[in-house]
Ligand binder design. Structure first.
Ligand SMILES: [Ca+2]
Ligand SMILES: [Ca+2]
Length: 376
């Protein structure tokens, strides 16, 4: 053992000077972009003395004695030591837009939960909508399905509308330093296109989307959609998903009025197996459009919601369609934190830990709260 160690250390000692010499003589050191400021007028001759070639000079500023240079690290160090050089700085990379956290994400404790490491990792969320722009810089889409056959609508990654891409960004916009931040950035998104590029679809299409979600082991279904007519067969499919262990979340609807006293929750949200989500603003006031009635179960942000739209763009939308994905995202965070929960237990936990906001016909049990549910 001692002998082997001795041989190894001898090899290291022998190789070290050879390697260093090789690097200095043969391989040019890699260069980086620097900004250099002279103490006094800029002198090209001085730069030449340090081996800076003409092609290394990227820009000479006129208002200040500053030059943008391509330098090796050694050149940069040597220049900094020269009395005629005031500053040598590596040129920092700049992005046009930093990441914005939309107000709704901290409002549901999504950011608090993320800071504690709860990102929805591994939870599969099916977004039954107009599709998702899968090439969007702020989204990772893991798969999907379209219920349409025509060329315009057969690709679930083609969201010719924008609605589904917006919903997806609220559920799982990536924490990548650009665009927006979703509630559960590491949840797995699935684009299930049940609405065409005009934003319309049918109950049979929604049923097919639910069936796909069941067959493909989705954990959560988000349906930011609905109709005013009941369908016992659509209800059968929603119930089937729930019985199979899927958490089913849907927008309550945008048929509310100012008084907030009518019974206007749409389908499928109105079904017992589906969580109906109402929309509130930043002051926790119900949005006047948010549907009301005994079926309202939870509230979430749905006014002036910034999220992703196709073509690496971002936009603010209003609607219970924007509220539902906040609940789906929170559910993903909580489920990833507590994987032993059944869908029924998860739903109960979200309801138990919601922040009460008042009239249950308008707000249900209140504002969904991620960290409170996780820490319960
Ligand atoms: Ca982002
Ligand atoms: Ca319901």
């Amino acid at each position: 053992m001692k002998k082997i160690l001795f041989i190894l250390s001898a090899l290291v000692l022998l190789l070290m000077p050879l390697q260093t010499g090789f690097a200095q003589e043969v391989e040019p050191q890699s260069k980086s972009d620097y900004l250099v400021k002279f103490d006094g007028p800029a002198e090209k001759g001085l730069l030449k003395a340090f081996g800076v070639e003409d092609q290394d000079i990227k820009h000479t500023f006129t208002k200040l004695p500053v030059v943008a240079l391509s330098l090796s690290d050694n050149q940069a160090k040597s220049l900094l030591n020269h009395p005629q050089i005031e500053a040598v700085e590596k040129d920092a990379k700049v992005k046009a837009f930093a990441q914005t956290t939309p107000w709704g994400i901290p409002h549901v404790q999504g950011t608090d939960a993320q800071n504690d490491g709860h990102t929805g990792n591994g939870v599969k969320v099916a977004v039954l909508d107009t599709g998702i722009d899968c090439s969007h810089e702020d989204l990772n889409v893991s798969g999907g399905h379209s219920v349409f056959d025509d060329a315009e609508n057969s690709d679930p990654c083609n969201d010719g509308n924008g609605h589904g891409t917006h919903v997806a960004g609220t559920v799982a916009g990536l924490d990548n330093g650009l665009g927006v931040l979703g509630v559960a950035p590491q949840a797995s998104l699935y684009a299930v296109k049940v609405l065409n590029n005009d934003g319309s679809g049918s109950y049979s299409g929604i049923a097919e989307g639910i069936e796909w979600a069941i067959n493909n082991d989705m954990d959560i279904i988000n349906m930011s959609l609905g109709g005013s007519q009941s369908s016992s067969i659509l209800e059968d499919f929603a119930n089937l998903a729930y019985d199979e262990g899927v958490l089913v979340v849907a927008a309550a609807g945008n048929s509310g009025n100012k008084g907030g006293k009518n019974d206007s929750v749409g389908y499928p949200a109105k079904y017992q197996s589906v969580i109906a989500v109402a929309a509130v603003d930043q002051n926790n006031q119900r949005a006047s459009f948010s549907s009301t009635g005994p079926a309202v179960e939870l509230s979430a942000p749905g006014v002036n919601i910034l999220s992703s739209v196709p073509g690496n763009s971002y936009d603010s939308y209003n609607g219970t369609s924007m509220a539902s994905p906040h609940v789906a995202g929170v559910a993903a965070q909580v489920w990833a934190a507590k994987p032993g929960l059944s869908n029924v237990e998860l739903r109960q936990l979200l309801n138990d830990t919601a922040q009460p906001l008042g009239d249950s016909g308008q707000y249900g049990l209140g504002l969904v709260q991620s960290l409170d549910a996780i820490n319960q």
